[in-house]
Ligand binder design. Structure first.
Ligand code: HEC
Ligand code: HEC
Length: 77
């Protein structure tokens, strides 16, 4: 079989895609702890009572300040 230009191009692209995904950083979003406070909590409006500004565990300064907390913060376990 003759190797064509397109075969090589395909190979290069395929290797690039694999490299891209294997080098991508791991998911680092902190998970919601599985403790008494968070286990039963489904109402995302309540998160701010404890994680809003001036609370014991406020959001980091650069935190994406969105409403849907649980879209990013999956539960542990
Ligand atoms: C009653 C107060 C309270 C409420 C309500 C609350 N949290 Fe928390 N949360 C805490 C405290 C205190 C901690 C730290 C406890 C610990 O580290 O075990 C914490 C820890 C976390 C962490 C882990 C941070 C880390 O560094 O591991 C995440 C993520 C989190 N909360 C998200 C949420 C989300 C999302 C909600 C709403 C569904 C929520 N919390 C509602 C008090 C609360
Ligand atoms: C777009 C995705 C996204 C959404 C939506 C989101 N978060 Fe986060 N959150 C993150 C990421 C990423 C980090 C880690 C940031 C860092 O370490 O600088 C983080 C960090 C935190 C921390 C601090 C954990 C620690 O160890 O200090 C808390 C608490 C938290 N989020 C709570 C919430 C709450 C409450 C909401 C809803 C109001 C929310 N998050 C919505 C992505 C998100």
């Amino acid at each position: 079989m003759k190797i064509k230009k397109w075969d090589i191009l395909f190979l290069v692209v395929a290797i690039g895609v694999v490299l891209f995904f294997s080098l991508a950083p791991e998911q680092t979003t902190p998970r919601v702890p599985l403790d008494d406070v968070h286990r039963e909590l489904k109402d995302e409006k309540k998160c701010r009572d404890c994680h809003g500004a001036g609370t014991q565990m406020p959001l980091p300064e650069k935190h994406p300040n969105k409403e849907r907390c649980l879209l990013c913060h999956k539960r542990k376990g």
